[in-house]
Design a protein around this ligand. Structure first.
Ligand SMILES: *[C@@H]1O[C@H](CO)[C@@H](O)[C@H](O)[C@H]1NC(C)=O
Length: 360
């Protein structure tokens, strides 16, 4: 591995600390409140609408149903309910535009785009306006804003949804630094994954990911995570961190990819088989077992979330050979847990075991 030649930026963004409450004090304008509660209680001075969601990031996984909590109240409390409009939308990030998710006025609801048919407003309790998202997709993670509109004023609060998943670096058969942005996107998709976002790479770095090759992220930046500064990898003078080359040309520049695989519902396993196999034989063997060859993202997810641990190297669908070690031990690769790679051996002349994937 050769060192990345230039380090433009050291990004150590703080990903927490988003405000979840920003109260707004109504001005003294009874017209905007209309007739209703409060009459006879004196002026509305100081009545405050408060909207609250979860302070903590919510974690879920692909295919799951998740509820993003949101409640509102008035301070001081009002005697009878008021009509409000609710709007849930997803904030823009990673270059994706802001997206409307759901609006509700009284009993009528409307959802938008990919969210149609998958989102519902949950109102189990009074003044609850939580958003349920069903069958979570890889693209669903991000920041969602719950907005409550009462008359002229509105208040909102933001909740973050993250998918449980694992970030892994990916190099194709052709070797290092061969992928432009579009090819990197495709390469991750072929591994049952997607390009990682900066937040996902940053979290992986916090959990110890250290990788000396730079890779594309979803926002078309090229970065690499270093936990242990060293000479062949940007030098000793740079602090640990996620190092960025900035956003590069999507077609002209070529790097590796950082992929993000969400946790899976199905099962990855090492196929018990009397003999070692070529790549073609391995594919047939998984099919005979009612399964498919596992993809790289599936192997990483099984290693990370199911503790898959096996010292036998096996073929994967992309023609690479790897094995997952959750509990390092002698004669089973390096002392760190991880997915070990043998690269892309000659598919006809080398024989290994195989990792299969079966949907649950
Ligand atoms: C999600 O909710 C739908 C509708 O209630 C249900 O049919 C489905 O089984 C749920 N999925 C999961 C993973 O719980």
């Amino acid at each position: 591995m050769k060192p990345p030649f230039l380090v433009l930026l050291l990004l150590l963004a703080c990903t927490s600390g988003l405000p979840f409450y920003n109260g707004f004090y109504y001005s003294n304008s009874p017209e905007s409140w209309g007739p209703g509660p409060g009459h006879g209680e004196g002026p509305f001075n100081g009545v405050k609408l408060v909207v609250e969601t979860a302070e903590e990031t919510l974690f879920s996984h692909r295919g799951a149903n998740v509820t993003l909590p949101c409640h509102y109240r008035y301070e001081p409390a009002l005697a009878s309910p008021r009509h409000v409009r609710i709007k849930w939308w997803k904030l823009s990030e990673n270059g994706a535009p802001e997206q409307d998710v759901l609006v509700a006025i009284g009993p009528s609801h409307r959802s938008f785009g990919d969210y149609q048919g998958r989102v519902h407003l949950r109102q189990d309790r009074e003044r609850e306006v939580s958003l349920e998202i069903r069958n979570l997709q890889q693209e669903d993670y991000g920041h969602y804003r719950c907005e409550v509109i009462d008359g002229l004023e509105d208040e909102s609060s933001v909740v973050e949804l993250e998918l449980r998943g694992v970030v892994f670096p990916y190099q194709p058969r052709q070797g290092r630094y061969r992928l432009n942005f579009h090819e990197a996107q495709r390469a991750c998709e072929e591994q049952g994954a997607g390009l990682a976002s900066f937040e996902q790479l940053f979290r992986a770095w916090e959990e110890g990911l250290d990788w000396c090759n730079a890779g594309w992220l979803q926002d078309a930046s090229v970065q690499y995570p270093i936990t242990l500064p060293r000479q062949p990898c940007g030098g000793l003078g740079l602090a640990p961190g996620v190092r960025s080359y900035g956003r590069l040309h999507r077609r002209l520049h070529r790097y590796d990819a950082f992929c993000f695989a969400a946790a899976l519902k199905g099962r990855v396993y090492y196929l018990e088989h009397p003999e070692k196999l070529t790549l073609t034989e391995a594919k047939a063997a998984c099919q005979e077992d009612g399964a498919q060859m596992a993809k790289v993202g599936q192997l990483f997810a099984a290693w990370k979330f199911r503790g898959l641990d096996c010292c036998d190297a096996g073929w994967l669908a992309d023609g690479s050979v790897r094995y997952p070690v959750a509990h390092p031990r002698p004669n089973c690769g390096s002392p760190e847990p991880g997915v070990r790679s043998f690269g892309f051996p000659d598919p006809q002349n080398h024989k290994y075991g195989v990792y299969c994937y079966r949907q649950s």
